[in-house]
Design a protein around this ligand. Structure first.
Ligand SMILES: Nc1ncnc2c1ncn2[C@@H]1O[C@H](COP(=O)(O)OP(=O)(O)OP(=O)(O)O)[C@@H](O)[C@H]1O
Ligand SMILES: [Mg+2]
Length: 268
């Protein structure tokens, strides 16, 4: 029960986005993927649910080869993998309850009463009790993000994929979301992959942090290992120091032989 991305290459036209991207998310773990804007984080995430097909490489979820699944199999897989989109992606003309209930009737044994309970329970997990009849337009940015998360967890998935769950939020709301990510792991036992720009968040919620750079995983390690990184590009990114990134590029330190499957250890 894990997510395995093995040597993925993906280009759009002449633009090579992923160039040998390899990463494992272990059962029960929360892994954060960080990287510069436009690096290909969202593209990588979409491979996991079959929204994007790799040019080459393997995408395995729950021991299934995602690019080889039939429509029906893919649909079944998507019920196991909650996707919290970068921009909430709620249907504006539907109430929050309707947004959350969509598709739930397809789960086995789901009656209308059970759906209502599940919706209420999911809203309560993200601290939006009583928001059933509200429309997305009436919610703040942070509330929308939480409603997006509630919709993903309404399916009680084994996996949760979060695309920038805290971007554009104030520090307090960010902490609320981080606490929710931790709660999903503790209370629902989900395996999570979180895409984020926010290093404080990444350190708070993650068992491991990986950095995507030039289409590959440049480094992966525990928050402590990443804090102590000696790679100038990783250090420049996590500390917000562009001059270190430039230095790393000119030293050729951006290219590190690392398949991303095991945490890198520092040579002490
Ligand atoms: N369907 C598509 N067709 C063509 N190009 C695409 C497509 N999807 C993404 N791209 C391009 O791939 C690159 C990576 O995009 P992606 O959205 O993965 O970046 P990101 O790392 O998630 O950035 P951000 O942090 O800004 O969200 C960008 O140059 C983007 O324009
Ligand atoms: Mg993105």
């Amino acid at each position: 029960m894990s997510i395995e991305l093995i040597d993925i290459h993906k280009a759009f036209g002449s633009k090579q986005i992923l160039r040998g991207f390899t990463l494992n998310v272990e059962d029960g773990e929360t892994l954060s993927l960080v990287g510069f804007s436009g690096a290909g984080k969202s593209v990588m995430l979409k491979h996991i649910v079959g929204l994007i097909q790799p040019d080459s490489g393997r995408v395995r979820v729950d021991d299934q080869e995602v690019p080889k699944l039939s429509r029906t199999e893919l649909y079944a897989l998507r019920l196991q993998v909650g996707y919290v989109f970068q921009f909430a992606a709620l249907f504006d003309s539907m109430t929050i309850a309707e947004n959350l209930a969509m598709g739930l009737q397809k789960l086995e044994g789901m009656t209308e009463a059970k759906i209502r309970d599940r919706v209420a329970e999911s809203l309560s997990l993200v601290e939006l009790e009583g928001f059933e009849q509200r429309l997305p337009a009436d919610l703040s940015g942070g509330q929308k993000k939480r409603a997006g998360l509630a919709r993903a967890i309404a399916f009680r998935p084994k996996y949760l994929l979060y695309d920038e769950p805290t971007s554009g939020l104030d520090p307090v709301t960010t902490t609320v979301i981080d606490t929710l990510i931790l709660k999903m792991k503790q209370e629902l036992g989900v395996t999570s992959l979180v895409i984020t720009h926010d290093m404080a968040s990444a350190y708070r919620v993650s068992d491991r942090v990986a950095m995507l750079y030039e289409g590959r995983v440049l480094e992966v390690g525990t928050p402590d290992e990443i804090r102590a990184t000696e790679n100038p590009i990783v250090r420049g990114f996590v500390e917000g120091k562009p001059e270190l990134v430039e230095q790393g590029k000119s030293n050729g330190n951006g290219v590190v032989a690392n398949n991303g499957a095991v945490p890198q250890r520092r040579n002490e």
